[in-house]
Design a protein around this ligand. Structure first.
Ligand code: ARG
Length: 466
């Protein structure tokens, strides 16, 4: 049997391999709800414009509603012979309502149809991920507020650099999530134009109202160029780019969770809920969720690279290559959603260990910069000279096997005779973080204020969204 949708000039059915390489129903069934919503908007517009009769439009609309219910109930039999979601739905409609079903595809093509469905799907995915990012921000900010003055080592080059607070560290990720959200919402603004009505590529001679369908489907306006409408996949690329950056953030945070939960660091403990054991080493608690969130970033970045490579060099307008746009996007969205849920879960679940963090915060002469700053402020040394003097004092402490705080005044004066007893006030980690009051700095008062302002913003957003 040749294809009943387009088989007019075909005499034989496709080769089995042709069918296998061509069919997308194995994955684009995920567009079913979007496809039906698009068709309903399209047929309502066709009726309004007098292109199909009110009776046919009503039959088509009712048939589509039934099909939606069948799909939701899992009662719909998807067929690979029918290639994709568009033809599966239309064929079922014909079974239900007969010849009138054939009017639905007036002034439309699968090219603008799939561009529409996919945009709607990506838009939904962006909205869902935004909510999850907000939840992660909330979990981070809550922990940050609770740990606003817990000192821990801050690192550069993965070496102890200066003491910071745990709350400050967590709030860094709140900022990263905020940029992720703004990238998605930025991409969403550009996505939100409706390609329906571009038809195959050139537009249509039917008197359609593209503004009507755009509005019905929640778009800001119809797309302006029919060729661009069916060939553009920027919205998917931008989605993947934003997703890849977000997944990269989660990967970085997950790496810190892995490190922090080692017995060597011991900064946090994950409960049994977010740990696994080893089948051979009974003592082990493995942070598998963090490792997987760290690793899954690879899939999301891969999806971006994959689609960029598919699109590269494609001429206008639609080419079947573009059917390859979907699986990577579906997988990236699902992967990112899972990682966001896992990371938010771990943030809520983790028990930070204030004593371990504080002990580590002082190690590695982390307050050396405070000493140098004190020499500048109290003795008027130029910073470069203060840096040099401090270096010699650190050398002395290292040779004596002591922390800076433990050096006596005499020992300090052996390097710089003008040092006064007040210097001991800046050598402790608590004083160090307290002094970092510059805007955006790690002083606990700053951190508390930032955490509270984030929590208030997030609560406002949640209220506005309800
Ligand atoms: N399944 C196709 C896709 O995902 C739908 C569009 C097909 N268009 C066409 N002219 N064959 O891209």
């Amino acid at each position: 049997m040749s294809n009943k949708m387009w088989g007019g000039r075909f005499e034989s059915a496709p080769d089995a391999i042709m069918e296998e390489i061509n069919a997308s129903i194995g994955f684009d069934y995920k567009l079913a709800m979007q496809d039906i919503a698009g068709s309903k908007a399209h047929v309502a517009m066709l009726a309004e414009q007098g292109v199909v009769s009110p009776a046919d439009a009503a039959a088509i609309g009712a048939g589509l509603d039934e099909i939606r219910a069948e799909i939701e109930d899992g009662a719909f039999a998807f067929s690979r012979q029918l290639e994709d979601i568009h033809m599966n739905v239309e064929s079922r409609l014909a079974e239900k309502i007969g010849a009138a079903a054939g009017r639905l595809h007036t002034a439309r093509s699968r090219n603008d149809q799939v561009a529409l469905d996919f945009r709607l799907w990506v838009r939904d995915a962006m909205d869902a991920l935004d909510l999850q990012l907000r939840e992660l921000q909330r979990a981070l900010a809550e922990k940050a507020a609770a740990c606003a003055d817990w000192v821990m080592p801050g690192f550069t080059h993965m070496q102890s650099a200066q003491p910071v607070t745990f709350g400050h560290h967590l709030l860094a990720y709140v900022e990263m999530c905020a940029r992720d959200r703004s990238r998605f919402s930025d991409a969403r603004r550009r996505l939100n134009e409706c390609p329906l009505g571009a038809a195959a590529l050139a537009g249509t001679s039917f008197p359609i109202d593209r503004h009507m369908t755009a509005k019905a489907l929640g778009f800001d306006r119809p797309t302006a160029n029919s060729l661009d409408s069916v060939s553009d996949r920027d919205f998917a690329l931008e989605f993947l780019a934003a997703a890849a950056i977000c997944a990269t953030h989660l990967s970085r945070f997950s790496e810190e969770i892995v490190l922090w939960s080692t017995p060597q660091f011991g900064f946090i403990r994950l409960s049994d809920k977010f740990s696994t054991g080893s089948s051979i080493m009974p003592q082990k608690r493995n942070p598998d969720a963090a490792e997987l969130a760290r690793g899954k970033a690879g899939r999301v970045v891969g999806a971006l690279t994959g689609l960029l490579t598919v699109m590269k060099g494609l001429p206008l307008t639609y080419s079947k290559d573009m059917q390859e746009d979907k699986e990577g996007v579906f997988d990236a969205a699902q992967t990112l959603s899972l990682c966001l849920a896992a990371v938010a879960g771990m943030v809520r679940d983790m028990t930070p260990d204030a004593a371990r963090m504080k002990a580590a915060a002082g190690a590695g002469y982390a307050t050396a910069t405070d000493l140098a700053d004190w020499l500048v402020k109290s003795l008027g040394l130029p910073f470069r000279e203060a840096h040099h003097v401090t270096g010699r004092i650190v050398g002395l402490a290292a040779a004596a096997g002591k922390e800076l705080e433990a050096l006596t005044l005499e020992e300090l004066r052996s390097v710089e005779p003008r040092v006064t007893p007040e210097v001991h006030g800046v050598l402790g980690v608590e004083n160090s973080v307290k002094s970092r009051v510059s805007y955006g700095g790690t002083a606990p008062a700053n951190v508390r204020a930032q955490a509270e302002s984030w929590l208030a913003r997030l609560a406002d957003e949640a209220r506005a969204g309800d």
